[in-house]
Design a protein around this ligand. Structure first.
Ligand SMILES: Cc1ncc(C[n+]2csc(CCOP(=O)(O)OP(=O)(O)O)c2C)c(N)n1
Length: 358
């Protein structure tokens, strides 16, 4: 397959939208079991995402940013990592973080506004979700640089959107990463919009990938709805990073099928026709067609997987909702090692008023 590596901005793709593989030789070295595991993750995250939207509508979680349409970009890339690699997510990267080991019930606690939702279990190398746009990029680059200085063979991957490429943090991070050959992957999910801002108003370059040239690193453009191509380009970027060859910028071209968040109305800035045409490129359908052609998929298997994923999501919800409620004063507890006097005063006054209510 051309353009999987190097400085080429043509779109890397392995699977056509109808699920055919143009050249068998391009297929990554994955067993049928591994490919089915990828498919299962995509289904699980679609189910989880749909349930999260419902939970928000029912007032059981707070505002939620759906990831539908971006499953291939996230699952394919996370699958290419080693367990010790680090993920630095934004808020829309729940599929990538789940594949890397973050439990779904813990992700739910985050969307319930619970502090425990940010404390990833030991051994799961996932940073907390990052809501400020692009600020996770310097974190990931810095962690990669630290790994390099320590001669620790760890790669970091940072997920961000097309909108993040307008932020200074993206440019500072990319420049530093390339200059110091930090072992990191800058993974942009170009889902076509930054809330209502289309990518055509975000940048005047034809692609995001080509920005890599300005910093002196390879830039790769990949069909973000093709899980196998995403896996392959990320695997190669990770290999490069681990071999001391420095960072890679990957642009996964995809589409956010749902709303920006559960408080957004996308019909105000994009047409139904546009959404429908991207829905035809649904990454899950494409991969299912491929698996079926390869003889690895059947309606009975689909039924079984759907049932399993529904059960897993239901269990995660049950577990998150059974977690003991936070203490009200916890709101003061996690930012400062030592509370500044004005916050200490507020905390004391809250504690006093809670006592009065008892
Ligand atoms: C520093 C900063 N500026 C503005 C915002 C408000 N904001 C929230 S989401 C968003 C759009 C981000 O778009 P993109 O980076 O493409 O990611 P996507 O939401 O499409 O995944 C903006 C501007 C913010 N969270 N942080």
């Amino acid at each position: 397959m051309p353009n999987v590596t190097g400085t080429s901005y043509a779109m890397a793709r392995i699977l056509s939208p109808d699920g055919t593989c143009e050249r068998e030789a391009d297929l990554p070295d994955l067993s049928p079991e591994q490919m089915l595991a990828m498919y299962e993750w995509m289904l699980l995250m679609r189910t989880f995402d749909n349930r999260c939207i419902t939970l928000q509508r029912q007032g059981r979680i707070g505002t939620y940013p759906p990831l539908q349409g971006q499953e291939a970009a996230q699952v394919g890339s996370a699958f290419a990592l080693e367990k010790d690699d680090w993920i630095f997510p934004s808020y829309r990267d729940g599929a990538a973080t789940a594949v890397h080991g973050q439990p779904l019930d813990q992700a739910l606690l985050y969307w319930m506004g619970r502090e425990e939702g940010t404390a990833v279990p030991p051994g799961v190398n996932v940073f907390p979700n990052c809501i400020p746009i692009a600020t996770q990029i310097p974190h990931a680059v810095g962690a990669a640089w630290a790994a390099k200085l320590r001669q620790d063979p760890v790669v970091t991957i940072v997920y961000f959107g097309d909108g993040a490429t307008s932020e200074g943090d993206f440019h500072e991070g990319a420049n530093f990463a390339a200059t110091f050959q930090a072992p990191c992957i800058l993974f942009c999910q170009n889902n076509q919009y930054a809330i209502s801002m289309p990518v055509s108003r975000q940048t005047s370059t034809e692609t995001i990938a080509q920005k890599a040239a300005a910093y002196g690193m390879p830039g790769v453009r990949v069909d973000g709805n093709d899980v196998l191509a995403v896996y392959q380009v990320t695997k190669e970027a990770a290999r490069r990073a681990r071999a001391g060859e420095g960072p890679t910028l990957i642009e996964a071209v995809t589409y956010r099928l749902g709303a920006h968040t559960t408080v957004d109305d996308p019909s105000r800035y994009r047409s139904e026709d546009e959404v429908a045409s991207w829905a035809e490129h649904d990454p899950i359908v494409r991969f299912r067609r491929f698996l079926e052609r390869q003889g690895h998929w059947s309606p009975a298997l689909e039924e079984e997987l759907q049932e399993k994923t529904r059960r897993q999501v239901a269990e995660a919800i049950q577990k998150a909702e059974a977690a003991p409620p936070p203490r009200p004063e916890e709101i003061f507890d996690y930012v400062y090692a030592e509370l500044p006097p004005h916050l200490a005063e507020q905390k004391n006054s809250l504690l006093a008023s809670l006592k009065e209510d008892d």
